[in-house]
Design a protein around this ligand. Sequence first.
Ligand code: RP5
Length: 193
Amino acid sequence: MRKAARSNSRGNVKAARLSHREGAPRTPLPHPLVGVIMGSKSDWETMANTTGTLERLGIPFEVRVVSAHRTPDHLFAYAESAERRGLEVIIAGAGGAAHLPGVTAAKTTLPVLGVPVESKALKGLDSLLSMVQMPAGIPVGTLAVGRSGAVNAALLAAAILANKYPKVREALSRYRKAQAEAVLARPDPRATV
Ligand code: RP5
């Protein structure tokens, strides 16, 4: 599993053609601002794309396995204490009957972003619908299924934090600029280098 997470991280770097130095603020921000949670250790391969992107933007985060159905009391304690502990955004990844983001959102007023993890049985359609179809009153900002959603959850969290932290705004701008330059530098899709 650790090997998969490492190779995912490298994959992101390659895809966005970014280095840590290009994206991250020069002076680190203080305590964790983003809580990255997932329903199972088996979600880590996907969610490593979230933490890898946060790392490249220099955004401090914490990462935990917290299950809505296997450890519901722990989830309640986590969500209830999140704001008090200084978190400003929670990113929750889960698969199948993916109620983790919805239950988390019910227990905190912090913004909760949901990453639908691709499930074996239904390829993540179950995860997606479980998150995106929240009834009116408790929102979950649901991203795409799998790696795209995991990366974009980190970028959306950065956009939320950028309203308050100029360093994050700058890091996000650098990320976008490097991404655009990488595309413009290789206009021929047949090129191998
Ligand atoms: C969900 O069930 C998790 O988020 C995971 O995606 C899925 C399967 O979990 P495991 O059986 O692999 O632990 O709670």
